[in-house]
Design a protein around this ligand. Sequence first.
Ligand SMILES: [Zn+2]
Length: 164
Amino acid sequence: MRDNFSAKNIRLLQTRVGHCCSNPDCRRPTIGPGLDEDSTVNIGVASHITAASEGGPRYDWSLTTEDRRSTNNGIWLCQVCAKLIDSDVARHTTNVLKDWKRRAVERAFRAIATLESETPAATQHYLGLKLMKQTMNSSTHLGFQRKTQPMPSLPGFCMRPRAM
Ligand SMILES: [Zn+2]
């Protein structure tokens, strides 16, 4: 028997991360417009951190059915990342997923409270990319022109970099 999430818990999981994938390397928005004015497209999944049924990924015997169905045991992901975490369990442990979730909730809160969605770690990642780009520029004679180009766009509004 699968301990599925209730519709209310699915809504909570997606809303608390601003409808973005919680994988810090993805952060893809999971909801957007359909072609028709009255339609939307949702490519997000409320994934179980520890499996909904026995034998599933990261299954935890010690949890009750209620625990397994609670929002504490859920993480909002895009469909690709939902498949990824269950296909590569060794890399995507319970602790890794809980960390992703904590950071995604923090990003979503920062996004609405401060218009700043970056966590310090993500900012460092961004700065790393910027530094790498500058290093590349300085090693070419066209560096002057290239510096005037904008940063390559990063996927998803949840990855909006800080203005530097
Ligand atoms: Zn994703």
